[in-house]
Structures are given as structure tokens and as C-alpha cells.
Ligand binder design. Structure first.
Ligand code: HEM
Length: 269
């Protein structure tokens, strides 16, 4: 009688039983390529946020506007506008919370994927680089990203405590955005902190925009010059805008004037 043999999998073949198989997305995230995709996509969300946030903050230079009988700083109107987005389709404040949720998830995934990739890189490189120069060249970008990324993350925590929650901002007033910024950035050490953090953000953005094309596989050498210019452009625009705010406050160009508005909030000092 003919015998039937069932052959096992080829050695090294990734075979999983149906019960053990993870969903495709999680399986992909387990690989270096998957983590790089996640870094690139969450990075694009972050870039979108910092660019629009900077452009929105330029409203500080528009000073006071008249709305009916009311005189109000334009940046304060903008703060209210963000809370009113998509009202009445969604209740007041919901859209902003939805956007915040996407942003928080993107930042958390970006950091998680970065930590995972760093761990994988350390495990993969059992044999050290043979020359010090190779080591420096290969690691300059990734070490820079880790440092600048950490500075930006710490800055965001300070920044929220300063301008959103207000507990590191003297006499913080909810909704008085222009005045809160003036109060905060009039302090020299805080203005310097904003400048240093935004320079770190600029370096992070430059390397990030450059390498996200690589991660997504959009890296035809013909586009290298274009990619480089885009990376420089995005970083330069965000840094120039953001660094201008502490400088303009120190120079008195951004200067809260309670007599200019209908409902003034008295200054602390
Ligand atoms: C000098 C530059 C900056 C200024 C003047 C500024 C100003 C502000 C202000 C006034 C708020 C509070 C808005 C409100 O509650 O109505 C805010 C929120 C925020 N900022 Fe900035 N910002 C700057 C740079 C940055 C940078 C570089 C980042 C990120 C890397 C950032 C991330 C955030 C985040 C995540 C929030 C919370 C948004 C929310 O909860 O709605 N900001 N910023």
C-alpha cells in the first residue's frame, strides 16, 4: 500500500498556526520596515501639526481686531475658532479633542517605533563597526534624531504646562492666549528655552523629512536634490516662524495692551 508522507516546513520558513497568527498590521509592525512606515506616517502627522501651529501663531502679529462691538486679539479669536470647529455637526470642543487624540496617538507611536528600531539596531549589530569613522557616519543621523527628539518631547511637556494648563506661567488666564504668550516669553530664560527647543525641532525636522522618503521607499536618486530642498525648506520655515515669537516678545513687538481690548485682563507686572 502506498504510503503518504507529509513534509514539514522548510527550515527557516516563517510558519504560524492560524491560532498564533497576528493581524497583518501587527505582524508588519514587528519588522524594521513596518516600524519605519509607522515613523514616517506619524512623522507626517507631526509635521502637519507643527507647520499649521506655526502659521496659526503668526496671527499674533495681526494684533487686535474688531468683532461687532468687541475689540479682541486676533490670536484669541483663533483659539476660540479651533474649539468651535465643525459646530453644530459636532458639539463645541469635540473636533479639537478628536485632532488632539490623533496627535497624541501619533506622538506615542512615533516614540514607540523609534525605541523599537533602536533596540533592533543594537541587537542586529553584534559585531562593532571596524572603523571609528564608519561608526560616526552611520550613527550621526540616528543619534542626532534621538537627542533632538528627546529635547522636543521634553519641550512639549513644558509648553503644555506653560500655555495650555498654565501652571508654570505666572497668572495664567484661560482663553487669553496673546496675554499668556506675552507673560511667558517676557521671561529671558523661557524665551531662550523656546529658541533652543525650536532649533532642536528644526534639526529633527530636517533629518525627519529627508529620511521619511527613504522609509516610504520614495527614494529615487533623481529626486535627491528636491528632497533635500524640501527638508531644508520645512525646517527653515518652522524654525524662523517659531523663533520669531520669543524674539518679538523680547523686543516688545508682541506686547499685551489691556487698553486695546474690550475685556482686558490686568497684567501681573
Ligand atoms: C514659539 C513657538 C510657539 C508658540 C508661541 C506656541 C503657542 C501655543 C499656544 C498659545 C498654545 C495654547 C493654545 C490654546 O490653548 O488655545 C499652544 C498649544 C500647543 N502647542 Fe504650541 N507654540 C509654539 C511652539 C510649539 C511647538 C514647537 C510644538 C511642538 C513641537 C508645539 C506644540 C503644542 C501643542 C501639542 C499644543 C496643545 C494643543 C492643544 O491642546 O490644542 N508648540 N501652543
Amino acid at each position: 500500500m502506498a504510503q503518504t508522507f507529509s513534509r514539514g516546513p522548510v527550515t527557516g520558513t516563517a510558519v504560524k498556526t492560524a491560532a498564533k497568527r497576528k493581524p497583518f498590521v501587527l505582524d508588519l509592525y514587528g519588522t524594521a520596515v513596518g516600524k519605519k512606515y509607522v515613523m514616517a506616517i506619524t512623522g507626517i502627522i507631526g509635521i502637519g501639526f507643527v507647520v499649521t501651529h506655526m502659521i496659526g501663531n503668526l496671527k499674533m502679529y495681526l494684533g487686535v481686531v474688531t468683532e461687532g462691538d468687541e475689540r479682541i486679539y486676533d490670536i484669541d479669536v483663533y483659539g476660540e475658532f479651533l474649539r468651535e470647529l465643525l459646530v453644530p455637526i459636532l458639539p463645541f470642543g469635540y473636533t479639537l479633542w478628536l485632532l488632539r487624540f490623533v496627535l497624541i496617538a501619533a506622538v506615542a507611536l512615533h516614540i514607540h517605533a523609534a525605541a523599537g528600531l533602536t533596540k533592533m539596531n543594537h541587537e542586529a549589530r553584534a559585531v562593532k563597526y571596524q572603523s571609528d569613522r564608519d561608526y560616526r557616519v552611520a550613527n550621526f543621523a540616528s543619534r542626532t534624531m534621538r537627542w533632538t527628539g528627546t529635547i522636543v518631547a521634553l519641550f512639549i511637556v513644558w509648553h503644555l504646562a506653560d500655555l495650555t494648563w498654565g501652571f508654570v506661567n505666572p497668572d495664567f488666564q484661560q482663553g487669553s492666549v496673546y496675554r499668556n504668550i506675552d507673560q511667558s516669553l517676557s521671561r529671558v530664560p523661557v524665551a531662550l528655552l523656546y529658541i533652543v527647543a525650536n532649533l532642536a525641532l528644526g534639526i529633527h525636522l530636517f533629518h525627519g523629512v529627508w529620511s521619511l522618503f527613504q522609509s516610504m521607499g520614495w527614494n529615487n536618486p533623481r529626486f535627491n536634490a528636491w528632497r533635500r530642498n524640501l527638508a531644508i525648506g520645512v525646517a527653515a520655515i518652522v524654525v524662523a516662524g517659531n523663533v520669531s515669537f520669543p524674539i518679538a516678545t523680547m523686543l516688545g513687538i508682541i506686547d499685551y495692551d489691556p487698553t486695546a481690548v474690550t475685556e482686558p485682563v490686568e497684567l501681573d507686572s
